[in-house]
Design a protein around this ligand. Sequence first.
Ligand code: SF4
Length: 89
Amino acid sequence: MLQLGNSLFQGNDFAPAFLGFMCACFLLGLLGWTIVSAFLDAIARAKRMHQIPCTNCRFFTNDYRLKCTMNPYIANTEKAIDCSDYISD
Ligand code: SF4
């Protein structure tokens, strides 16, 4: 019985190598997917940030103490994207 088990494992060197190869492929795929996902998230975030209209608004002061004279708490934030007080400068 022991000889049969030894002969099974000695003659099958392919299985551990294939298992290692599959693990390496899985980890590389996971790394690639993470990088692509982070890149796409960064692009989506940048597009969202470029929708903030404050820098082209008449009420934007460009002063960190009072960014906007109408809505200072939402100026330069995502909440300002649909600001009803926006007037083009
Ligand atoms: S009025 Fe609205 S769009 Fe204009 S600067 Fe203030 S928060 Fe931004």
